[in-house]
Write a protein that binds this ligand. Structure first.
Ligand code: FES
Length: 291
């Protein structure tokens, strides 16, 4: 699963959890806002006794001057009076100040929080796309290793050319010939006797593999062919393989993958091609070999 897919799944899960949380909190608040049953938890006998007292008000004994205790009067009142008293108490208990946030306010805030959280996640994921450029990888300067090591790898003791592929730079490191075409004059595409070729075919973008027998690059998609330093030899490709600006820093070969050099089709090759059987078959066009 790619990073983008992971981000999208995470956002979807976050949104669903947020909606469930908002609904749950709203439901609990709506339950809590209901008036509690004043008789809840009482036994049946207690409830009957309580009902028998509805509408009955008991007043405190009245003390007369001679310290004579007078039995309280029992006054019958209609039942709705007790109900009204109870309702008045309930209004006081759930006043707006005590309630704090209304249900509408709560939903508005929940929706706003979800929206801004989603916006924040999208912003972070967008910035993450640029993270490789800030910390390394394709688009930045890539350290391909010590020049001395690369020189021994790209040309074997028996003189065979073996390009070193650098995945982080999407580039082939190849040995540069003693003199390169005037096409590359003025471009810093050779450093420490090495060049770095972009792996992408300039026709339609296929990755171009190395053909050891022909000593060059041959594209399996439509048959474009290039010599060992990416100069155009044949096929539908409109130009040479693209290459990167390179430099040597502290004896290490640095590929500047943010700087791509494009050159037109070679009319004369700096390195001969093919030097053996092709890996994909013959092509019609072939420029003159100049070296
Ligand atoms: S993509 Fe390489 S020849 Fe078409």
């Amino acid at each position: 699963m790619t990073f983008t897919n992971m981000v999208l799944v995470g956002v979807a899960v976050f949104a669903i959890l947020g909606a469930i949380g908002a609904f749950t909190i709203a439901y609990r608040r709506s339950q809590a806002s209901r008036p509690a049953d004043p008789l809840a938890g009482l036994s049946a006998e207690t409830r009957r006794a309580d009902r028998s007292m509805v509408g009955v008000r008991i007043e405190a004994p009245v003390v007369v001057e001679e310290d004579e205790v007078v039995e309280p009067e029992v006054v019958e009142e209609p039942a709705p009076v007790a109900v009204r008293v109870l309702e008045a108490q309930r209004v006081i208990e759930v006043s707006p100040e005590e309630a704090g946030v209304t249900r509408r306010q709560f939903f508005n805030r929940a929706i706003s929080a979800t929206f801004f959280s989603f916006l924040g996640l999208m912003t972070v994921s967008s910035l993450a796309m640029f993270w490789p450029k800030l910390t390394g990888g394709f688009g930045s300067d890539v350290d391909a290793g010590p020049v001395s090591d690369l020189l021994t790898q790209v040309v074997t003791p028996n003189g065979s050319v073996v390009p070193v592929f650098v995945p982080e730079a999407r580039a082939y490191v190849v040995p540069a010939p003693p003199s390169v075409s005037d096409q590359f004059a003025g471009f810093p595409v050779v450093a420490g006797g090495l060049m770095a070729l972009f792996q992408r075919c300039v026709h339609l973008g296929c990755r171009v593999p190395w053909c050891a027998t022909a000593v060059g690059f041959e594209c399996p998609c439509h048959g474009s062919k290039y010599n060992s330093i990416g100069e155009y030899f044949g096929g539908p490709a409109p130009r040479n393989l693209d290459r990167f600006v390179v430099e040597v820093v502290d004896s290490r070969f640095i590929i500047k993958t943010g700087s791509i050099i494009e050159t037109s089709r070679a009319t004369a090759l700096s390195v001969p091609y093919p030097q053996g059987p092709s890996c994909i078959g013959a092509v019609a066009a072939a420029p003159e070999t100049g070296a």
